[in-house]
Design a protein. Structure first.
Length: 326
């Protein structure tokens, strides 16, 4: 399912892909030969693009039948037309505390262009430095809300407390304001469109590390003392805490449960291996996402991109950890 499985699928399907392309090309040839009119040509190209709109080199559906979103598996025009009828508002919660204010411009500038382009989005930016938020001309359907927040001396606490702050804000505001809510790191930039293909009830992004390392070396918290613990032998996908979301009510359940785990660990003097990401992974193992985003939706810049990641839609900004966190 992880790296090992996909490499196997990759090798096995190479032959199948070649055969499919041959069939498609000969089909094209026949159609072009038989109906040379221009109108027909347009139709033929449309059919051809629909036939090619599939992938055989990656896993497209999880074992619990949730779609996994990859470039080449969906038609954005169809999705947009469906989505527009609903008139949804999507919220994005992001934090820029202490030195992370430097990432605001890159995040908002790129999100304004590439995140749900043409659709209504409310960006909720939590910061301890509201005066440092640069002014950015947002598209008319996009709105920015700056929310003051306290800082913590440990970066781990800033990151983990996001779960609590999100949960509280859903309860007090967002459940009346938005239909879907996504939590995103601020130290990222978008390079390609991230559209309505991300919208679903409970959505997790598969970590880019899962595609570069064998499955067994994944990062689950395994110490049974932690509330984030996943027993050895259990687990499927490893999800990145940098980008997850879903319907407001599901994100409320998720963030409340994860922060409960963090709080209980703290009371026992424990901090999970990857902080709130460990708790997120525990939650998503037992509450399966209804949709999974491929690592195109959060690519870690430290890693070499394999061929299966055809598009880098969003990736982390390289940062000097010592410098930004302390
Ligand atoms: C691949 C990897 O290593 N992932 C871990 C790492 O992600 P990251 O290295 O991506 O964490 P990060 O430093 O980006 O922190 C997460 C987010 O918290 C906010 N923030 C953090 C610190 C700060 O001083 N100010 C601030 O605003 C900001 O929105 C940032 O994007 O660390 C996180 C912190 O728990 C999680 O453990 C992730 O699992
Ligand atoms: Mn980050």
């Amino acid at each position: 399912m992880g790296c090992t499985g996909d490499k196997y699928i990759e090798r096995q399907s190479l032959g199948k892909i070649l055969i499919m392309w041959k069939i498609q090309l000969s089909l094209m040839d026949k159609l072009l030969h038989n109906c040379p009119k221009e109108g027909h040509l347009h139709l033929i190209l449309k059919i051809f693009s629909l036939i090619s709109c599939r992938r055989t080199d990656v896993l497209l559906v999880s074992p619990w039948l949730a779609p996994i979103v990859w470039e080449g598996t969906f038609n954005r025009d169809i999705l947009n037309a469906q989505y527009r009828q609903k008139n949804f508002v999507v919220g994005v919660a992001t934090f820029a505390v202490k030195k992370y204010v430097r990432f605001i411009e890159g995040f908002l500038g790129s999100a304004n262009k590439f995140f749900l382009s043409g659709h209504r989005v409310n960006f909720y930016l939590f910061t301890d430095h509201p005066e440092k938020v640069p002014s950015i001309n947002l598209a008319p359907e996009k709105r920015l809300f700056i929310i003051p927040v306290q800082n913590y001396s440990r970066w781990q606490d800033i990151s983990m407390n996001r779960m609590d702050i999100i949960s509280n804000h859903i309860h007090s505001h967002w459940r009346y304001e938005v239909d879907y809510l996504y939590s995103m790191d601020i130290d990222v930039q978008m390079f390609e469109h991230i559209g309505v293909e991300i919208i679903d009830t409970l959505v997790g992004t598969i970590s880019s590390w899962q595609y570069t390392k064998p499955r067994d070396s994944n990062s689950y918290e395994r110490h049974p003392e932690s509330r984030a613990a996943i027993p050895h032998g259990e687990g499927d996908f490893y999800y990145a805490a940098s980008f997850y979301g879903g319907s407001v009510s599901e994100v409320y359940k998720l963030t409340t449960a994860c922060f409960k785990g963090v709080t209980e660990d703290r009371a026992n003097g424990i901090e999970a291996k990857w902080h709130e990401e460990s708790h997120l992974n525990k939650y998503l193992l037992y509450h399966k996402p209804t949709r999974l985003l491929s690592p195109e939706y959060y690519w870690d810049e430290e890693l070499i991109r394999p061929r299966i990641i055809r598009v880098k839609r969003l990736s982390s900004v390289r940062k000097d950890l010592q410098e930004v966190r302390f």
